[in-house]
Design a protein around this ligand. Structure first.
Ligand code: CMP
Length: 507
């Protein structure tokens, strides 16, 4: 056998190996990056092979038996051949036709083929490697023990490949507060993750199998996207509805690159903190590699949108406001508030006939009551009797509930509402809902009744408005009744048709 091998070497085995190497090396340019990197191992094997041949020649000429060196030379050449074949098939040919075999599968296949080849060579040369392993319990135990972790990693890597729970290109993190990174490769021993800080984290596969792994932005059957939150702060005195509207509008009008349009971003009012109101934009990012740049772009948009709307961003600050509450200051504040209320009274047509003194008195009794868009100032059927004067915004008068809600009228600045319950003592005849943010002043029922008693002239105007409004309400209700009757009739006819059809009765 040894002679055969020896002859094989002499008969040009080395030449074939060098030729194969010389062919694969330039071809590796056409393969993937791995093709060039992986050339190192077969090259080293080839060099070892040539070294062994020289040794064989040396031993032979010295008159000793060169058998062992020849077998080693043969084994090295086999490993070199297997390495070159692997490069040619998996890293040059298959990638060219678009087939990519996971690296770990290639590694394991190569390792298995190499071990089989070595066992075969060993066997032909007279060693029984399998026998050695099976007969030596100690050796088996030692190998088993040494391979424990390696096997865990290997099986882990293969399992990850097979169930596709983690794939090359995925963004993963090993825990909520652990840095996230993109999986760059899954090898037989470890999985490499590249972080945004230009680090590569090497995670043993067995660890990936045992611990919790968060795959970012992935959900079964859905395109990749990740929710991000960008907080911003605005002066707490700015009405939140205004801030939300400004930011929503700018994000909808001109979406930021990287931000998914579906689901649409949310703009939320988070809290009022020490010195500012906190808001946040929650949006969906569809390119996970540009998370912070996209956050920054969102902040820039928000900044400019707020600037255009005349709303300043605010920063967390710790300021101690020390204001001496002097009599003079209190008077000034009261005067300012009084002037605001007087201006509100001046805007309401109904109160035009009042004298200056009456207006002054009335102004003192008003209560500032702002409402946010969508809020109901009063609800149909409710038992309260305040009167409201609207000085800013628009409100809708509605009857009915849910899908049966009907709008009866709109109320704008300078108009009042709530007079019906006040004058008749009946529950609210309709709901009044803010269509925009509202600035209202509320008047207690007793104050208004007093006013009407003192100024009977007002009753005519109130009665006139009340009659008009009631009339509009009644006709809206009649219309709703008619429609309901029509719907009932249509439903009845439809059912009748079906019943007749079912019993095959004539129409
Ligand atoms: P009140 O019934 O106290 O509460 C609901 C209020 O809606 C009602 O008083 C009126 O002020 C107002 N309202 C009802 N109908 C109309 C209408 N047609 N136009 C304007 N306002 C109305």
């Amino acid at each position: 056998m040894a002679e055969n091998l020896y002859e094989l070497l002499i008969a040009g085995h080395t030449v074939w190996l060098v030729l194969a190497w010389a062919l694969v090396t330039p071809l590796s340019r056409f393969g993937t990056l791995a093709a060039r990197r992986r050339l190192r191992a077969p090259t080293a094997m080839m060099v070892l092979h040539v070294g062994m041949i020289l040794l064989v020649a040396g031993i032979d000429s010295a008159g000793y038996d060169p058998r062992t060196a020849a077998i080693a030379a043969f084994a090295f050449s086999l490993l070199a051949f297997i390495g070159l074949a692997q490069i040619l098939v998996f890293w040059i040919a298959l990638p060219r036709v678009g087939v990519r075999v996971p690296r770990i599968v290639v590694d394991v296949a190569t390792a298995v083929v190499s071990v089989i080849a070595l066992i075969a060579v060993g066997k032909r040369a007279g060693f029984s490697v399998t026998g050695l392993i099976t007969t030596s319990a100690v050796l088996t135990a030692v190998i088993g023990f040494a391979m424990q972790d390696t096997l865990g990693n290997l099986i882990g890597g293969l399992a990850l490949q097979m169930d596709s729970s983690i794939r090359v290109g995925d963004w993963i993190s090993l825990g909520r507060d652990q840095p996230a990174g993109q999986v760059s490769e899954i090898r037989w021993r470890y999985t490499a993750i590249e972080t945004r800080n230009w680090e590569t984290v090497i995670v043993p596969n067995s660890m990936l199998m045992k611990s919790q792994v968060i795959v970012l932005g992935r959900r079964q059957g859905q395109p990749e996207k990740l929710r991000r939150s960008v907080e911003f702060h605005v002066d707490f005195r700015t009405p939140p509805t205004e801030v939300l509207e400004v930011v929503r509008r700018v994000l909808a009008a001109d979406p930021v690159p990287g931000m998914a349009s579906e689901p649409a971003p949310h703009v939320l009012f988070l809290a009022v903190r020490d010195s500012y109101a906190a808001y946040c934009v929650r949006y969906w990012l569809n390119d996970l590699s540009i998370d912070e740049p996209t956050d920054s772009e969102v902040r820039v948009r928000v900044y400019f949108a707020l600037q255009r709307a005349g709303l300043a961003m605010s920063i967390p600050a710790q300021t101690l406001f020390v204001t001496a509450d002097t009599d003079e200051r209190r008077d000034r504040k009261q005067r300012e508030e009084h002037a605001r209320r007087l201006a509100a009274v001046g805007k309401v047509d109904l109160l035009e006939p009042l004298s200056a003194a009456e207006r002054e008195r009335l102004a003192d009794q008003l209560q500032h009551t702002p409402f946010a868009e969508g809020e109901a100032v009063c609800r149909e059927g409710a038992d309260d009797q305040s009167l409201y004067m609207l000085v800013r915004g628009e409100a809708a008068v509605q009857i009915g509930r849910g899908p049966a809600t009907r709008e009866v009228a709109r109320i704008g600045p300078g108009e009042f509402f709530g007079e019906m319950s006040l004058m008749t003592g009946e529950p609210r005849s309709a709901s009044v809902v803010a269509m925009t943010d509202l600035d209202c002043y509320r008047l207690d029922p007793e104050v208004f009744r007093e006013l009407v008693r003192a100024r009977p002239g007002l009753t005519d105007r109130v009665a006139e408005i009340l009659a008009e409004r009631r009339e509009a309400l009644e006709s809206a209700r009649d219309h709703a009744d008619e429609q309901r009757k029509k719907r009932l009739e249509t439903a009845k006819q439809d059912l009748l048709g079906r019943i007749r059809g079912f019993f095959s009765l004539p129409d």
